[in-house]
Design a protein around this ligand. Structure first.
Ligand SMILES: Nc1ncnc2c1ncn2[C@@H]1O[C@H](COP(=O)(O)OP(=O)(O)OP(=O)(O)O)[C@@H](O)[C@H]1O
Ligand SMILES: [Mg+2]
Length: 250
């Protein structure tokens, strides 16, 4: 279980997180929504110790990752697989090298064992036989899948996805949604997704939370989210701008 308690983070004069409280239960599929720039990626980075808060704590299975010594942070980080917003593949490396990087750095596997594990992970994301390709030869959807194969290579307990479907066509996006659900159910991982894509959020989530002005302003199941009377959530789902006068005065 992950417990975020009273998390605060400023960048210069900009207050991004202003007291985030959030519990993420083991095995659940949680989606974090919120406007661009509201701090979703910043929050994810705190979960894996890539950022240190100004105040507050993140507990991972009861152990504080915030404020922990480097060595302990690395240890806790092994529980996570992360699909970054940009997929973050190394352009000069092949698919096989990208997916196998964590295995190379963190395990004592032989090259043969690594190749087998990479092949298994590529199969899980339906990219069999792509080992020798370079990122430049891949479509956007394929890059996300390779990023995902890399994220699952070390058998994580938690997988974080930052905008896994953004920039993909609806059909490719839906295949990524299916994959996220499959990994959550098949590998029994806890899934944490950040997205603007409400079709995806409704499909993959057990629970949806909304981040607004630095705090969590809503938490509910997909059906509770659809029928909520919380104004900000309703507007977000319907894609309605806050200041309607800008439009009506045209
Ligand atoms: N390392 C950093 N240094 C300074 N400011 C940062 C840093 N990281 C994030 N920010 C700022 O924090 C705010 C939140 O950024 P974040 O990337 O978390 O937004 P987001 O909710 O993920 O947005 P999007 O949906 O567009 O990805 C932004 O104003 C951003 O400029
Ligand atoms: Mg982001």
């Amino acid at each position: 279980m992950i417990e975020v308690s009273n998390l605060h983070k400023d960048f210069g004069l900009k207050q991004v997180l202003r007291g985030v409280d959030l519990k993420i239960n083991t095995g659940e599929s949680l989606t974090i929504i919120g406007q661009s720039g509201c701090g979703k990626s910043v929050l994810l980075k705190h979960l894996v110790g890539l950022l240190e808060p100004d105040k507050g704590t993140v507990f991972v299975d009861g152990e504080a990752i915030t404020g922990a010594p480097r060595k302990q942070v690395y240890q806790i980080r092994k529980k996570f697989g992360v699909l970054f917003q940009s997929a973050a593949l190394f352009d000069s490396m092949t698919v096989e090298e990208n997916v196998g990087l964590g295995l190379f750095e963190h395990t004592a596997m032989t090259p043969g064992e690594r190749a087998k594990r990479v092949a298994d992970c590529l199969e899980m994301v339906s990219l069999n036989g792509t080992q020798k390709l370079k990122p430049a030869e891949l479509s956007g959807g394929m890059k996300k899948r390779v990023g995902l194969a890399r994220a699952i290579a070390l058998n994580p307990q938690y997988i974080l996805y930052d905008e896994p479907t953004t920039g993909l066509d609806p059909i490719t996006a839906d295949s990524i949604n299916d994959l996220i659900i499959h990994l959550n159910e098949e590998l029994h991982v806890t899934t944490i997704v950040v997205t603007h894509d409400m079709v995806s959020a409704f499909k993959i989530s057990d629970r949806i939370v909304m981040l607004h002005l630095g705090t969590v302003i809503f938490s509910g199941t997909p059906s509770e989210t659809k029928s909520t009377s919380v104004e900000m959530v309703r507007r977000f789902i319907e894609g309605e701008a806050e200041d309607k006068s800008v439009v009506t005065h045209y």
